[in-house]
Design a protein around this ligand. Structure first.
Ligand SMILES: [Zn+2]
Length: 273
């Protein structure tokens, strides 16, 4: 499933191909994915120029003067830039055309989304899907203070609080496990019992882990925008994630797996307290 780093790498991959480009066509090969496509999208977009791209959590934002096209990759979606006329395959549901090139949305499981938010409806941050989101971990300069302040009454486990996404976005299962390991915090610790200095270590670890994933993804960028159909999601060398029973890379104790909220959590019982 695409997480924040994959979405950010996707944004960086498509940006040079779509920014400042005028939309020449919109192709919708079905009526929608997770939600219906806006049926008037061709009327709304053809002839208009994408001014910039942005990302909020896992939502890709293509900004026009008169609104924003919101794209979510869902469970299995990916975007590629292809030459105009490239024959579509079974799971290619949506194209934005820009003259000689097109941006194609492929989504086998169809949990993705393409939505339109008109400028006249107000700031994009107020959109139903975006307004409950926590801060961007890589753009927020007081993440530790925010985490500390927002958890003084939360007895839920810190891992669950990170996954909830209402304080900080983008810390999915893998990145929660890895950043809790890096900061030496046991995933079951009640969020309200974690001190500010420990949140400072956690915030730094979250940024480091996400930045490293984005950097690594950048080196596989070609897969995202090439014509070879590779999904482009990248595997990394994890410290604890998916390493149950294997030796901790720091202390050699066997990595443990527990289940929290129906998701697997991996941690080192010696390094994380
Ligand atoms: Zn260890």
């Amino acid at each position: 499933m695409p997480e924040l780093p994959e979405v950010e790498v996707t944004r960086r991959g498509i940006a040079p191909h779509v920014e400042s480009r005028q939309v020449s066509g919109v192709v919708m090969r079905r009526s929608g994915l997770r939600w219906p496509f806006p049926p008037d999208l061709p009327n709304l977009l053809v002839g208009h120029v994408i001014r910039s791209t942005a990302r909020r959590g896992k939502y890709l934002l293509l900004n026009f003067d008169h609104g924003t096209l919101i794209v979510h990759l869902g469970m299995s979606g990916h975007l590629r830039v292809l030459p105009a006329g490239h024959p579509p395959e079974k799971h290619d549901h949506f194209d934005l055309e820009f003259g000689a090139q097109l941006m194609r949305f492929t989504d086998p499981r169809r949990f993705g989304a393409v939505l339109w938010h008109a400028q006249a409806d107000g700031d994009i941050e107020g959109h139903l899907l975006l307004r409950g989101l926590g801060v961007e971990p890589l753009a927020c300069d007081d993440l530790a203070q925010r985490l500390h302040r927002a958890t003084r009454n939360r007895s839920a486990a810190i891992k669950q609080v990170l996954l909830a996404g209402d304080i900080v976005v983008g810390v999915g299962n893998i990145y929660a496990c890895e950043s809790l390991f890096e900061s030496g915090i046991h995933p079951n610790t009640a969020a309200k019992r974690i001190s500010l200095p420990r949140y400072e270590r956690l915030a730094a670890a979250i940024r480091r882990v996400l930045a490293a994933a984005i950097e690594q993804g950048g080196s596989t960028l070609r897969d995202f925008i090439g014509a070879d159909g590779a999904s482009g999601y990248f595997q990394q060398n994890y410290f604890v994630y998916d390493r149950e029973g294997q030796p901790c890379r720091n202390c050699a104790a066997p990595v443990r797996r527990i289940v929290q909220g129906q998701r697997s959590t991996f941690y080192c019982p010696r390094c994380q307290r």
